[in-house]
Ligand binder design. Sequence first.
Ligand SMILES: NC(=O)c1ccc[n+]([C@@H]2O[C@H](COP(=O)([O-])OP(=O)(O)OC[C@H]3O[C@@H](n4cnc5c(N)ncnc54)[C@H](O)[C@@H]3O)[C@@H](O)[C@H]2O)c1
Length: 284
Amino acid sequence: MENFDGKVAVITGGASGIGLAIAEALVSEGARVAIADIKGAEQAAAALGDNARGYRCDVTQMSDIEALADAAWSEFGQVDLLFNNAGVMPGVAPLTGASENDLRWVYEVNVFGAWNVCKVFVERLTGQGSPAHIVNTGSENSLCALGPMMAVYNSSKHAVLGFTDILRHELPDFIGISLLCPGVVKTSLASSVEARPEDFGGPEKNQLGDMTIGMEPAELARRCLDGVRRGDFFIVTHYATRYMAEERCQEVMKAFDEQTEAYDGWQEWDSRSMILRALGALSD
Ligand SMILES: NC(=O)c1ccc[n+]([C@@H]2O[C@H](COP(=O)([O-])OP(=O)(O)OC[C@H]3O[C@@H](n4cnc5c(N)ncnc54)[C@H](O)[C@@H]3O)[C@@H](O)[C@H]2O)c1
């Protein structure tokens, strides 16, 4: 999708940080936006003017997601872009010390929430039948391991990579999809634990402090929209992530090179071909 003028975008987690910056950038390019968030959506939309509407939507609630889709289509008559961006970050802890509350909360928002937003919107965008694009917000944490104490958040973002990469093979030709993989961006993400809902143990003190470092959200939004224009699947934004992603890719390739060998007929165990053949037989 090369031009956002006249397009309609739905942005979850759009009331602050990266989502809000994407909303601002889209409005400045002539798009109309539906800002969805568990808090602050109406105020954020009001600040953006007539081309924005705000909707309270908790992505952990399927009924909220359905209501958001109903509201977006009824208000704007169409949806062309989905930024599936709402996300939270828990406190830092080793895997053995991570709380059940954090694990469930982060997976409910980052994994089940993002999954269910895809489910509802893909069905409706497919029915709509016109060109559309979906951006799922992963992270550099989708591509590599930064280090210790981040297993909950990191594994949730690997899950987003996994289902996004499968979904791209399931979408009709007229729907594109990207995985946005930012490094550190100057937002209030680290404070999300201070707003952890009561169902998941309630608020906790943010041990990481203010994330006053990182890329400006406006710059991140510019890079994200450029990625959508180009139709990139991976939208990467920080050169600083590159060496960690490379480390992972090289380690995997080295493992194959050292532990396996090519042989005549290896294709017999090519899982991709096996799956495609099995699926083909099912649809016959
Ligand atoms: N800031 C970074 O360094 C960084 C890096 C990589 C990826 N990300 C990802 O970017 C996305 C946006 O985060 P951000 O950095 O802008 O942080 P942010 O805290 O400013 O924005 C996240 C938004 O999601 C909303 N939200 C939280 N739970 C929700 C729920 N259940 N339903 C609906 N909305 C909910 C919050 O209210 C908030 O407005 C997240 O998915 C995050 O994981 C951020």
